[in-house]
Design a binder for this molecule. Sequence first.
Ligand SMILES: [Zn+2]
Length: 258
Amino acid sequence: MRIDSHTHGDPRAVQDPAGYVQSCRERGVDAIVLIEPLERCLEAVERFGDFIIPVASVDMNAADAGEVEDCIKAGCRGVKFIRPAAPYADERFWPLYAKLEELGAAAVFHTGYLGFRSREDPPVWMEHMRAAQVEAVARRFPDLKILMSHFSNPWWEEAWKVAWSRENVYADLSGGTAYRRAVRMWAEMFAPDGELIEESIRKLCFGSDFHYFLETEFPFEAHIAFYEKLFDAIALSPELREVVNRKNIRHIFALAEE
Ligand SMILES: [Zn+2]
């Protein structure tokens, strides 16, 4: 079983929360990291209990440390950052990261490509959200647990190197692109020429980036199949599959060992 590290959705769309959770668990997902604004996160926890690991999305260009603190004190396990008006590593954002580090909560960064609109205001650049930016944040805040969503698409190598090398950084292959690349390509990244680099696969998390709470649709199944193919391609041990499928997420979001 696994925890989905990156999900969205409106929890009010489900009529029967207990039945929905059971359906997800039967299909291999035990719990989800839900990334939504604070109110929606809290509503989801109220309806779905421990199926939800709430992570509040905030407007990082407007938020201050107080808002970050409010999210965590209200019960969120971390805060999601996206669409910065300056590179993620810019000093203007440091108070947000410092507050999370102080509270022992996690930072989830959108990394890499984003479906931009034309003439956005403020303008957003992919380059501000690449893994290299997160690497600088990770060094400045060494006790801050960081999850890089989407493996810095398309700067895959960069994300691989950063997650491997920085103890406090993890990454997932969520989103619409990574799982469409050849399993061979990923197998080559984590096990070049068939030699597993254990420290690098140890920092990977299972993740989909799909919308949940659509009672008859379970689109995360394609991601499950992709990860399982990758595990098989590199002959990953049961212990390491557990690390990727759930243990890393429990560690990042400071959930008790089971
Ligand atoms: Zn997302």
